[in-house]
Design a protein around this ligand. Structure first.
Ligand code: GLY
Ligand code: MN
Ligand code: MN
Length: 426
């Protein structure tokens, strides 16, 4: 006996309050394998005597569809999405035990599923298969995680995925431009969030890829700040970290600009350090480099800049070694980007014999962010001109044969270009 069966659910509808749900977002792995966007569906893949793909989805129901919208139903879904078979989702309990028999391996998305119910269901189906079939046919004995191979597949994007990601990044860049042009002292963070959302939806993006960060002044030093109701003041920097999701793919851009359209000397000084760090990091995004090279390059430039501005003292090497820069730069320089904004994929290679895991080499088709920053909270040992300056510059990069392509540069990043753009504000 060999072969296997993979069983993957999509995400559930999630209650927001009373009979009102959050906007449904399918599970990324499920969508990657199916293209199917309805809730309450399952994918079963069988590798056996004949390989088969099987969908379980909501059945047609004229009354329910009047309230909640059209459903594909199993017959039309099988035809349109090219599954070999499809069943109504209420047939899971009868069909899955039958489908698992005669197969050795059960592949489940155990590493990523957040549903305790999922494992209970899998155990239940296995148990039904064992008891009702009473040993006439074997059932899976080996339980394997499908998350890891799926992550490896998702990590390297194909041409279609890259095209979608380029379009997502272009829309997000337009959103940033509009937000910059709308900003001025006296406006609220939430007003810029609204401009971003307007541009994202106006251009066909289904959603934000994550809640937009619009942070005025010292709010930018809170890394996971959400757009709130703070008023932008003359002299504040504004940090916007926002990206849309288009057809299942995320974009993730950060720009930092002055509310009044002109960087102060202190803001310029720190901004140029972050921009130089981003340039240095970008030069290390290529198949000739490993994952961490960009971070190491960014840390070096940021730390030197902090020394130059007297925010740190001592030697460059010592400050890097002791990680004293973390007081002002406490996050990493990037992450994989794809269907999830912090996308799946290992950052290291499988364990070597020594047990050490080296940083993995970059390959064409991988997509990552490059996002150095500096964050200065008020403190007696820090010159006051730097207080409450939070700067991050984030772009999305596709690894190419010899380097990388920044797909999010539809929005300017140089000081003179940002100031020029803000002169053309509404
Ligand atoms: N927007 C989330 C991040 O930059 O990682
Ligand atoms: Mn990011
Ligand atoms: Mn971001």
């Amino acid at each position: 006996m060999g072969g296997g069966i993979a069983i993957l659910p999509t995400g559930p509808e999630v209650s927001r309050n009373r009979d009102n749900h959050y906007a449904f977002r399918y599970d990324s792995d499920f969508f990657y394998l199916t293209g199917f966007t309805e809730a309450n569906a399952w994918l079963v893949l069988i590798a056996g005597e004949t390989d088969r793909s099987i969908l379980f989805c909501e059945p047609k129901d004229a009354l329910m569809e009047t309230w909640t919208g059209k459903r594909w139903g199993p017959t039309a879904a099988a035809e349109h999405f090219e599954f070999d078979q499809a069943f109504a989702v209420n047939e899971l309990d009868t069909q899955i035990p039958l489908l698992m028999t005669g197969l050795k391996n059960l592949f489940a998305n155990t590493s990523r599923s957040r549903s305790p119910q999922y494992l209970t269901q899998l155990h239940g189906w296995l148990s039904t298969a064992r008891t009702t079939l009473r040993g006439t046919r074997a059932t899976p004995t080996q339980w394997l995680d499908i998350g890891e191979p799926l992550s490896e597949m998702r990590l390297v994007k194909d041409a279609h995925e890259l095209d979608t990601m380029r379009r997502a990044a272009a829309i997000s860049a337009l959103g940033h431009i509009r937000a910059m042009q709308t900003a001025q002292p006296g406006r609220h963070e939430y007003e810029l969030e609204a401009e971003l959302l307007y541009v994202f939806r106006k251009n066909g993006a289904q959603s934000v890829a994550y809640d937009s960060i619009v942070a005025a002044g010292g709010n930018a030093c809170t890394l996971h700040y959400r757009a709130g109701n703070t008023v932008m003041r003359d002299g504040d920097l504004v940090l916007i970290d926002a990206g849309c999701e288009l057809d299942g793919y995320a974009s993730d851009i950060t720009r930092t600009f002055p509310a009044n359209g002109r960087f102060s000397a202190a803001q310029c000084a720190l901004y140029e350090i972050v921009l130089a760090a981003q340039r240095a990091a970008t030069a290390c995004v290529s198949p000739a480099h490993h994952w961490n090279a960009a971070h190491e390059a960014a840390v070096r430039v940021l730390t030197q800049g902090l020394l130059d501005e007297k925010l740190l003292t001592g030697s460059l090497e010592k400050n890097i070694e002791t990680e004293s820069f973390k007081r002002f730069y406490m996050h990493r320089t990037g992450h994989w980007l794809g269907m999830d904004v912090h996308d799946v994929g290992d950052y290291r290679t499988p364990p070597a014999d020594s047990g050490e895991r080296a940083w993995r080499a970059l390959s064409p088709g991988m997509v990552l962010t490059i996002e150095p920053g500096l964050y200065v909270t008020p403190a007696p040992d820090v010159p006051e001109i730097f207080w409450n300056i939070g700067i991050r510059i984030e772009d999305d990069a596709v690894v190419t044969q010899h380097g990388c392509e920044l797909i999010s540069r539809g929005v300017p990043v140089e000081i003179r270009d940002i100031e020029g753009l803000m002169q053309q504000s509404d």
